[in-house]
Ligand binder design. Sequence first.
Ligand code: SF4
Ligand code: SF4
Length: 247
Amino acid sequence: MKELVILSGKGGTGKTSLTAAFAGLAPSLMLCDADVDAADLHLIMAPDIRQTHDFVGGNEAVINQDLCTACGTCKELCRFEAVIENDAGFFVDAIACEGCGVCVDLCPENAIEFPQKTCGQWFVSHTRFGPMIHARLGIAEENSGRLVALVREEARRRAREQHIDIILTDGPPGIGCPVIASMGQASAVLIVAEPTVSGIHDMKRVAELAAHFNIPAMVCINMASQAVRDIWRAVMDHPAMKLERLM
Ligand code: SF4
Ligand code: SF4
């Protein structure tokens, strides 16, 4: 089984459009949208959603007002400033809470509960090009790297079951945790770059990341103009990359 992950150092380079264009080239493939923070492959693919699953991505502190003695320890300890004090007592701001658990462990009254929270959903769908695994992270939710790993694992598992040899993955932009989660075990990555100063800069960063993990990297320069020659020279001069020209 081979997996091509389409990445871009920055957003807005046309990564998802290229993924959709490639989808029509293979006779049989599994589609995977790993850009869970801003999933949009479904806008082009118009998938028929067959299964919906919750993504449980962490925990959230909740103060039990019946047990809280308003000592203020949790507010002092929370480095994310997620504990709010008002006339009614102490409360946790669910959006600011990072789920680190410090307040839960150190509250002298054991007054803080720590339930798991549902951070989003992931889907098994059918498209005119084949099955598709995709997801939607909830507003202001964290742990997108874990959700990326989950959708890619599901794509691989279902591709094996259905004897599909190719997975085409629309990855996230940048070089952070979701990108790292999207490229592990990939056969190759295709970096979609645009011919701008920031485009070159961000393309190099993601190419260095691919080189670090020994994953073959290719570059597609999208939205090219006269400036493409300068871009190409910068790409070829870069020692960290082993590149093939696609256009
Ligand atoms: S540490 Fe516990 S008892 Fe103290 S204010 Fe926070 S929740 Fe209440
Ligand atoms: S779990 Fe961590 S981030 Fe959330 S309120 Fe407690 S100390 Fe703050």
